[in-house]
Design a protein around this ligand. Sequence first.
Ligand code: SF4
Length: 379
Amino acid sequence: MIWLPELEVYSAKIDEKTGHPAIRFVSKSLCHATVGADVVTLCLHACAYCYTKQLTRLKWEGESALPTATGLYEDLPRVLDKLFSENPVKYPFRYGVFGNVSPPYEFTSRLFSECLRVHLKHEYPAIIFSKVPLHYYVADELLKLAERNLLFVSVTITSFDHELVRFFEPRAPSPEDRAKFIEWCEDHGIPWSVRISPMYQGRVDSAEGIRSILSRLPRGHVIVEYLRVEYYKFTDPKRAVEVGITREEAERLVKVFERRGVKPWDEIKMGFKGWFTAPAKYALERMLEIRDEVNRLGFSFAMCGHYTKFKIQDYRDCCTGRHDWYMKFSAFWKPERAKDKRFVEFFTDRLPRTPLRLFRDRNTCLITEKTVEELKRTL
Ligand code: SF4
């Protein structure tokens, strides 16, 4: 059966601002991946855990910050062209923020290929987060970018257990195809990492579970991130266009996961939002065990996610490990050359608060054995 979704085409504004709805500032404090875009919004891979679908659509300068229907950003290449020529401050630009190069691939991959060619034109570095074996679609562009050291790829694999994959990622490419993409990157000298994200507690977060994934891959860098189901209580009609999911809906979703052995859970509440995830103390203990197993298998390790109380990683750059992809480009930071007010804010205010800067002189695991004991007492 061929499945053809209905698609909207978004023609985004091109103006002086980087407030283009396709280009987002990803995170304020915890993440290296501070700026990025998607070619398609509301990805059609239909993952049960999709975080994007849990987000409440807030108003941004009078409009919805995220569209509420699936669509292509057809003018993204032109916007990037403008952005890169006006702001030649080279910092890896992320693809795979709130979406993926999702179906229908014949459209999205063509658009993505155009974006990558803009990177080539400006020699602007890209980091791609994806579940898609992109070498089937844009091999040429990927190879050219890699030749110029402008590309890093991070591939998500949550499990090779077909029952889990079918249920939780029904329309995403198979994990075998994703593993082939990693092998292709390895064979062609393209730096890559693998993300076990989300990591299903009780199903994958053990030495055995991790081995079942990593034993099928070449050695490299692995990032793990626990599953979370997020909800918002923020329903102010002046600010919110549409509520992602309510707390009751989030609870129901948690039960769906539980029925497939994904547990334990804890609830974290924070002002207008909250989320369900693995309990912090449990997560810490598991993360330490998993890191040992990951290292034993010859991989380097990092954890990603919202645990602001601890962070465990073998290298200062959690996304790319020894490749140090973000720091590598720090030499190009010239905030005074970024004309745009919001870019200036990005380089002078937000970026310095990322782990990149905070931990820039530390090359090893950010958590010591001593602090582990302290953490266990407080969590
Ligand atoms: S691939 Fe990513 S963005 Fe797409 S549905 Fe799955 S989780 Fe969401």
